[in-house]
Design a protein around this ligand. Structure first.
Ligand SMILES: [Zn+2]
Length: 70
């Protein structure tokens, strides 16, 4: 199963991604992630453990080291 998300790469440019849903689980708590933007940067947010994973060049960085609090 795939989830389609649109990621804004930079002004006026978006990239459509089809990401396997099991990739869209928080590596910390396995919670589901929501795509959001914060200050123009795309993130995948985990509401359950209050962290966000940055999306860089259309690729979600699903590493605990990359997670930021939100
Ligand atoms: Zn989480």
């Amino acid at each position: 199963m795939q989830q389609d998300i649109d990621v804004e790469i930079r002004d006026g440019m978006t990239m459509h991604m089809s990401v396997p849903v099991d990739l869209l689980a928080c590596p910390r708590c396995k919670g589901s992630l929501l795509y959001q933007e914060n200050k123009g940067q795309p993130y995948l947010n985990c509401a359950a453990c209050k962290c966000a994973y940055p999306v860089k060049e259309g690729i979600p960085l699903m590493l605990q080291d990359e997670a930021v609090a939100f």
